[in-house]
Design a protein around this ligand. Structure first.
Ligand SMILES: [Zn+2]
Length: 215
């Protein structure tokens, strides 16, 4: 009974063959398919802003409004409480972008080839480690950056963007309705916490597949 369950579980958790086949069509053939995702930090405690929060500092100061309507922009990622520590890649992929903002420090994007298509993970307020420039291949859990020192405002911003790179992929917030040349929230961003929960590596537990595979 136990042996049968172990065998069928390893079968059930084999990545779908389609994931590997789709990956070969992408430009960055060197990157392994992203079968599973994991959190980029060892702890995942919310900071001041969640997905869809009004874009404000922790003290309530509004960061951006639409010029005509005054509508407050909405946060496209989740802010995570952290000190200055290593940041790990959320999944196998390729570093697809690096930019520096005088206020927000470094921003980095990693492109992942998943069975459902291309996904970008977005990291703001980080500095890349040596050797992790644009084009570098990363594996899930590999440290590629460190949290940047922003004093009392130090945190990690993590976003998930469905699809290939566009100028919007860099945005940490978007207006509630299109304004000033920017598309409406959420555009192609999804709730990062929901995405991660749906893409974590399954824990070993009884599966409906086991009964069929073991019988
Ligand atoms: Zn943020």
């Amino acid at each position: 009974m136990i042996a049968a369950a172990l065998v069928c579980m390893s079968w059930a958790f084999m990545p779908p063959a389609a994931a590997a086949a789709n990956a070969s069509a992408e430009v960055h053939a060197a990157a392994a398919p992203a079968d599973y995702f994991s959190y980029p930090l060892p702890t995942w405690q919310p900071h001041c802003l969640g997905f869809g929060s009004q874009w404000r500092l922790c003290n309530g100061t509004v960061l951006r409004r639409c010029s005509a309507t005054g509508a407050i922009w909405l946060h496209t990622g989740v802010d995570i409480t952290t000190g200055i520590q290593p940041v790990a890649a959320a999944a196998n992929g390729v570093i697809a972008g690096y930019t520096v903002d005088p206020t927000f420090k470094g921003g980095m994007l990693i492109r992942h080839n998943t069975a459902q298509g291309v996904v970008l993970t977005q990291y703001w307020h980080v500095w890349p480690r040596r050797g992790f420039g644009v084009g570098a291949v990363v594996t899930r859990g590999q440290v590629f950056a460190d949290v940047a020192d922003m004093g009392s405002r130090t945190h990690l911003h993590f976003g998930v963007y469905i699809g290939n790179f566009t100028a919007t992929s860099w945005r940490g917030a978007l207006p509630p309705g299109a304004c000033d040349g920017f598309p409406a929230f959420p555009n192609r961003f999804v709730n990062p916490n929901e995405f991660m929960q749906a893409h974590l590596q399954p824990q070993a537990s009884p599966s409906p597949f086991c009964h069929r595979a073991g019988s």
